[in-house]
Design a protein around this ligand. Structure first.
Ligand code: 5GP
Length: 116
């Protein structure tokens, strides 16, 4: 499977569709998920086009991980969450619905069941 730039995150990265952005640099865009699984559900989207983890450039993955750590720390502070779930899906069989590499940071709250 190859990368198709017409996906919704490609459009957001090109500025063709609005998004609630919370951070952006040369490596990644960070934005709120439009259908949050919990309060504060955030997406980290590497800018370099790749379909998912299976075709991603390892250098991009190395550059994105520190961003994810900083966002997770800030998200935990900002939401008062008790934990942060990191999720990532590769291909439709695994639950991927938008075919541009992205990572979910999903705050978890004591006493609030996590989505499946
Ligand atoms: P996936 O299942 O591909 O890992 O997750 C894609 C995520 O993108 C879903 O959580 C979905 O709610 C989110 N999403 C889909 N379309 C949009 C959009 O137009 N804007 C934003 N901010 N999130 C979106």
């Amino acid at each position: 499977m190859s990368y198709d730039s017409s996906n919704i995150f490609g459009k957001i990265l090109r500025g063709e569709i609005p998004a609630h952005k919370v951070y952006e640099d040369d490596t990644a865009l960070v934005m709120m998920d439009i259908f949050p699984q919990s309060r504060g559900h955030t997406l980290v989207i590497p800018k370099m086009p790749s379909r998912n983890l299976l075709d991603a450039d390892p250098q991009v993955l190395s550059a994105v991980m520190p961003i994810m750590q900083r966002v997770a720390q800030a998200l935990k502070r900002a939401t008062g969450a008790d934990g942060i779930r990191l999720a990532q899906f590769n291909e439709a069989a695994a639950g991927q619905t938008v075919f541009h590499l992205h990572f979910h940071l999903i705050p978890a709250y004591d006493g609030v069941p996590l989505a499946a």
